[in-house]
Design a binder for this molecule. Sequence first.
Ligand code: ADP
Ligand code: ZN
Length: 722
Amino acid sequence: MLVPLPFPGPLDYLAPEPLEPGELVSIPLGKREVVGCVWDKTSTVPSDFAAPPGREIALERLRPVGAKLDVRPLPHSLRRFVDWVAAYTLTPPGLVLAMATRIHLKDAPKPTLGWVRTEAPEGDLRMTPPRRSVLNVASEIPMSTADLSSKSGASSAVIRGLAAAGLLREALIPLIAPFATPDPGYGAPVLSEEQAEAAAHLCRPVRESRFEVTLLEGVTGSGKTEVYLEAVAACLDEGRQVLVLLPEIALSAQWTDRFIRRFGAAPAVWHSDLGQKLRRETWAAISDGSARVLVGARSALFLPFNDLGLVVVDEEHESAFKQEEGVMYHGRDMAVVRARLADAPAILVSATPSLETLANVETGRYRHELLTSRHGGAAMPDVELVDMRHDPPERGLFLSPVLCEAIETTLRAQEQAMLFLNRRGYAPLTLCRACGHRMQCPNCSAWLVEHRARGILTCHHCGHTERLPNSCPECHAENSLVPIGPGIERITEEAKMRFPDAKILVMASDTLGSPAATAEAVRRISDGEVNLIIGTQIVAKGWHFPNLTLVGVVDADLGLGGGDLRAAERTVQLLHQVAGRAGRAERPGRVLLQSYVGEHPVMTALVSNDFQAFMDQESAQRRPGFWPPYGRLAALIISAPDGAKADALAREIALAAPECEGVQVLGPAPAPLAVLRGRHRRRLLLRTVRGIAVQPLLRKWLADIRPAGGARVDVDIDPISF
Ligand code: ADP
Ligand code: ZN
């Protein structure tokens, strides 16, 4: 029995009645009740990865399990996936299981009952007008008493009377319209030759229920979505289920609309903001197969798909797929594993694929489909560099004359412009002009970010918030604190001053909050209610705004600093995606990149629209040192309440480091955030050549390490920053 707690493996229990693997049961554990899952005796996880066996307990001390839950058992492929993720990420399997069963841990929400019309004949019941009216309104779709009585004009007594006579029956009211089955043929587009060929290749393994990974690459607007929806259609045609992963839930509204236009029915949706009740219904609908297509965040990988026939990862290069807390897994990589364990193909989709995926294409592990032209012959946006050394903004401002003029022109032409800056708040740093003191988070090694609209300084890592003081906390000088650098609030202030007639919309994760607010913002852009959009990375996502013809990147260099080997790759991917927002329809788009390092390969790649050369260069840089994807990497994050403890533990671990060929240990060094939420963090990197499994090495290495006094070691396999 696997329980959702950090035991090394399954625990033994007595079962009063025979239980099948996968069944969920309530389990007594100390004074608590948890939901456990009957786990298989044998596991197909590679022995390298196999988790240690559970603790052996004498038979007479075994406790009996509690009641069985009224849900379907977790399918075999999901159980194997839980084992696999646990072994790969070195996480106790119970904690991975928890991601699949979490929704059953709280009390079930009370189902709401309603009335449905039965097949029973009216018999000799006298048909008064109110009774007739109720029967006319009632159908096989459950309706609440209040609804039924308001629609029929009859009292609840009449309804109860009809129920007593057997003409109405109580039934659960579904929270959402039952998951309709999308129609594979509905709204099918006519594909171009290139698209049709790619679609045919993607459909083949779907038809054959065969695991195969394909990278679907193509510039923004080349019809990648249209093409992979053909594979979705093929899978629906086969009667199997489809999982589509998107990096950001905020995206799913536009995606869902498009899906409905293509298939005539809505997909199920999964993300962390779903209400408890909707979660349960979606979970159940995936489990019994009534939901056929689900679009979701990475956590959707842990849903109990009954018959998974295709997995799609859209924007596969996105770092949002990486979970950095709790079970640290990469959604894209685990999606491939999930597909393999279900004998289903996986499609990875991107305009700027990750170096990892390209390396897998190169070695032949993944197939490659390339769409080379934009649909309908639309031109790629024209990307220009604004050299801030030669064309600087006025003192204290951030928009260069060239960019301002371009915005003017765009707005005058009744078109829309977008300013992109990947930084929330007003200013990233607040400094005392008198003494040079910098406002820092008390819990993290990070500056406090001013949010002027709310009059506060806040830490974007731990959430620490304080009022913006009037005087410097260090030297007590009055009114000496000044903001350094821009966040989007400050850019908005400047835009309001420069373009007083513009209708501005600000889009950032903290101003949009909910998916509904995001959908409303998208609608306002689509309907032309606004013409100047200012946003953080949320605006970079796959939105489609036909009248948006200018994109200004306020600080293209942001993200290049920090010494992270992947910084350049990430910046290219993000900025290319931002650029892709411009001019998707008949209108050609223009993109201006404000940069102080115009000769940087990232800028060259963006301006020339040549990513092949850039990626080749990246790969040439990483290959000799066996940096990912040419070697394997694992990060050990050692943290403790104070720096000395963290140092001591880091040194102890470093001394026990494995010594063998092809393996190198780097560090200890301060972790990228050396202090986070009051914990001091050090990092060791384990780097190996390809072909060495890092998990057994790590398990052996850490076997005798016993962190004490609040210290901890977290293992991050395949960290995304290094
Ligand atoms: P990508 O996913 O590569 O950015 P999309 O699939 O979103 O590209 O296509 C861009 C636009 O072109 C969308 O509006 C899409 O509906 C349209 N489009 C692409 N291919 C076709 C096609 N064969 N027929 C009709 N419209 C198409
Ligand atoms: Zn903080």
